[in-house]
Design a protein around this ligand. Structure first.
Ligand code: 4AD
Ligand code: MG
Length: 431
């Protein structure tokens, strides 16, 4: 028998179709019984009176448990009042697997409970929309870069050394040697960029973040473009074009669900248009002072500082030229003033925090060796990386966009843990 998906109902108005899915909800109203079916592509209300079904089927309709799996047959009617715009008058109801006492009921549940039930929570409406946005964001990012001649060359997860500081490394045993889970594919991107010009990697990233904040996961996904011959300004332009494009695609595809289910203020996303706001680090510090935030100049911004900064603009904000001392060893010092480096963070509007970090890389061999030593990193492990400066070194730049931070911003999530199917946090490795 041929099956139809809820997402395809528009093409079947007036026809009899068979759908397979799960019972989202049931209710009775007088002599009529309703069953909302979800099949992964959408939700549809089905309805039956006593004479539409066999006696056994009608009885089942009245007592079937939430999340039982079923096959339903019925006629499709366009109905503006129905959620989704279509309703199905049932002529058949076949149980596949009956479920009792589904733990996530329509009542309110605490977050810890829901996270323990993450394997089931993903079926709920809000989580479903967030995952859909995530899927379309990934597709849009890949399309954006692929259309611009970037090669996707993924980088290793097992790595012999740190990229983003030694304090957040996950160490693991590698046949008797030490290995670390990748904090960033950047160093390897720099090698592939010298081979292909424009490259990116898009994969899982690991940081042993020992803080419990709403902006930190220990495992997250990052897309990292890297471009040979590009300057800091070039990479900022690429970043804002990409963010504008990907936000635009997510809104275009998921607009209705963002508004109806997530209650996202879409206007806040419609202002994500180039050019984004830009502040030099010193200007950002001055703005914090003006807003009455006590901040010690020379340091990195904390989550609270980022919120204050971004709330002064109705679109994303680039902060560039951070102090060299607070950024990673590979950042190119500003030729005008080596105390600052050619680095950039992109802060999402409305206080969603840093979604992008990047900059121009040191391309001079001696300077890079000096910076590796100053950071007490093992020079031996970096010999291959230094080779990139020995053989045809060119100025080059890149950035990393944290997928969950981005999805959190688009969906208006308070906490990043809902932006990934199975979040990994300081105190959570299950399910
Ligand atoms: O600013 P970060 O540390 O930059 C890098 O790793 C560079 N090597 C990237 C590059 O230039 N190729 O991280 C980049 C982004 C952040 O802006 C943030 O969006 C995300 O990765 N991120 C996290 N997301 C979730 N949980 C965490 N613990 C994160 N740490 C960083
Ligand atoms: Mg950063």
């Amino acid at each position: 028998m041929k099956h139809t998906f809820v997402s395809d109902l528009a093409a079947h108005v007036g026809e009899t179709v068979t759908l397979r899915g799960w019972v989202f909800n049931t209710r009775s109203s007088g002599k009529i019984r309703f069953l909302i079916l979800r099949d992964g592509t959408g939700f549809v209300q089905t309805v039956a009176g006593k004479t539409d079904l066999t006696e056994k089927e009608f009885e089942l309709l009245g007592e079937i448990g939430q999340e039982s799996s079923v096959e339903v047959t019925g006629t499709v009617r366009a109905d503006r009042r129905a959620p989704g715009g279509y309703e199905i008058t049932l002529s058949g109801l076949k149980p596949i697997s009956l479920a009792d006492d589904y733990p996530i009921t329509p009542k309110e549940h605490g977050t810890t409970f829901l996270l323990d039930m993450r394997h089931l929570w993903l079926r709920s409406r809000k989580q479903h929309v967030v995952m859909k946005v995530r899927h379309h964001a990934i597709a849009a990012i890949r399309d954006f870069l692929n259309d611009r001649g970037f090669y996707c060359l993924d980088t290793p997860i097992f790595t012999p050394n740190a990229c983003e500081g030694t304090s957040t490394l996950f160490e693991t045993d590698y046949f008797g040697d030490k290995a670390f889970l990748s904090q960033s594919g950047q160093l390897y991107n720099e090698a592939t960029a010298a081979a292909f010009g424009r490259v990116y990697c898009f994969g899982p990233t690991f940081r042993a973040e020992k803080s419990k904040t709403r902006r930190h996961l220990t495992e997250f996904w990052m897309v990292e473009p890297e471009v040979a011959f590009a300057t800091l300004e070039d990479i900022m332009e690429l970043a804002e074009e990409m963010v504008e494009y990907v936000v635009g695609r997510c809104v275009e595809i998921c607009e209705k669900e963002l508004i109806d289910i997530l209650e996202r203020d879409i206007k806040k996303l419609e202002t994500v248009k180039r050019p984004f706001a830009r502040l030099h680090y010193d200007e950002a510090v001055a703005l914090l002072e003006k807003k009455g935030v006590s901040f010690e100049k020379g340091g990195d911004f904390g989550g609270g500082d980022e919120t204050v900064l971004s709330e002064s603009f109705d679109k994303p904000l680039f902060v560039h030229h951070f102090p060299t001392a607070v950024k990673a060893f590979y950042m190119q010092p500003d030729p005008q003033d080596a105390d600052y480096c050619l680095s950039v963070d992109l802060l999402a509007s409305e206080g969603y925090g840093e979604i992008i970090g990047g900059g121009q890389r040191i391309h001079d061999l001696e300077l890079l060796e000096k910076r590796i030593r100053e950071d007490n990193l093992p020079l031996d492990a970096f010999q291959w990386y230094l080779d990139l400066r020995r053989f045809g070194s060119v100025p080059h730049s890149g950035f990393g966009l944290g997928l969950e931070r981005f999805v959190g911003f688009v969906c208006g999530l308070k906490h990043l843990r809902e932006a990934i199917p199975f979040p990994r946090l300081l105190n959570r490795l299950n399910p």
